[in-house]
Design a protein around this ligand. Sequence first.
Ligand code: GLY
Length: 556
Amino acid sequence: MRIKTACAFLLSMSLLARQPEHARHAMVVVQEPLAADVGLRVLQSGGNAIDAAVAVAFALAVTYPYAGNIGGGGFLLARFADGRTTFIDFREKAPLAATRNMYLDSKGNVTKDSLVGWRASGVPGTVRGMELAHQKYGRKPWAELLDPALKLAAEGFPVSYSFATSLHSENEMKLLSQFPESKRVFLETAHYGDKFVQPDLAATLKRIRDRGASDFYEGETAQKLAAAMASNGGLITLADLKAYQAAEQEPLRGRYHGDEIITAPPPSAGGVGLLQMLGMLEGSGYEKTGAGSAASIHYVAEVMRRFYADRSEYFGDPDFFKVPVRKLLDPRYIASRRSSIDPAHATPSGQIRPGELGAHESTETTHFNIVDNDGNAVAVTYTLNAGYGSGVTVPGLGFLLNDEMDDFAAKPGAENLFHLIQGEANAIQPGKRPISNMTPTIITRDGKLFLMLGAPGGSRIINGVLQVILNVEDFHMNAQDAVDAPRFHHQWMPDMLYVEQGISPDTVALLRAMGHEVSPLEGSSPVVARVETILNAGGWLQGAADPRGNGKAEGY
Ligand code: GLY
């Protein structure tokens, strides 16, 4: 029965198989097509991958306000053709006036303030992050990279079906209509097929183009943002904005089957999670029953369960808390976690604790990959947190603010938006960065770029990225098949194995028989992340946009 299920799955895969986009020289994979076009044009006109990433990030802030942003933050991972790597952290920070219990009511219950409204925002990092990346590694003039975004905002672009339906969905209407400026700028202006013009955002982008990030953090934009915060009960001040710096650090590294994995260090939990889970899988033989088999899903789910238990305890901003990265990735520790996996039965999460070391999900973040003609690779994941962030558009500035404060443990031990339980290490402190799941990742084989990927999807990001890597590394799929294959998700608590449509009812029955509580994903968040991928194989770049979204892969 197990073999039959695996065969049925593989058959359906091959019947449905789509080809990835192929290109010889350069590739962009972006979750919104107009922004993808911007990136490709920058590459074709002599820009490098960093230039294209900067241009795409600003373009997405115009064409994909769901997650593209200048009011949020994220991570940029780069591997240059000469082998150098860098990780630019432009994660939002808690304002200086933030306090540990700021999202608890008088009875100690968690309020909605970390998710909606003026008090939900961390200090945005995107503009500083892009400027840092450009100053250190860019080739084209800054203004030239801002121009496409400025043009899209000033002249407008047709509202696509996916933008219109996301904006006018019940949840987003409810969120945005609470804030008059968001209602005016987005709900009353962006209708399917119409041209969507954003004059306020165009003016903001023009100032950033002409004066650089200092406009956003110290100049007119900063003054207006701080004034709006003050009159609406928000916490971000001019001092917060002035103090914000993006940080450059070494990426995290590990290996799987000899390939080098270059990925996100803390304050992301993603890279550590990815390496720990790959470590538990390597040599386990989990893949022998085939892609999509109940036995392989079970084993990977057990691995996920164990990592997410650690995630609940051991992650916080490394400037405030010493994340035990070395211990979490110690081969002996990983082996001991692996030895507790029963290949035939689910371990109830109640029996798994964070190891002894001696969301509802909304898929609102966004990820893009760029490879240029020289072989430089840039992977960016950035976000407003929930779709359309806190719902607040800053009056006169035209951009939405994040609700990243919800990525902190508002009350250690209680669930956040993504039903993640988090500990003291991730409690709110002024100037601190909340723990993220964002996992931009680049893999090299024999010293050359092999695979790059990343995803939105809240707590499901790490597991989405993991499964696409396994589909390539262990099941030898091409980029598109690896991304298209149905996925699953386990995050320890709740003790539930979530499965996408496409995992067969027979397989689900086998998983239940092994003791898993299985919940088919449906409703407003039916997917396990949306993973954008570039695979470098046989002299071709394969670009794959995830069909769970509306992205575009294009190259030359
Ligand atoms: N805001 C989603 C994440 O950083 O994980």
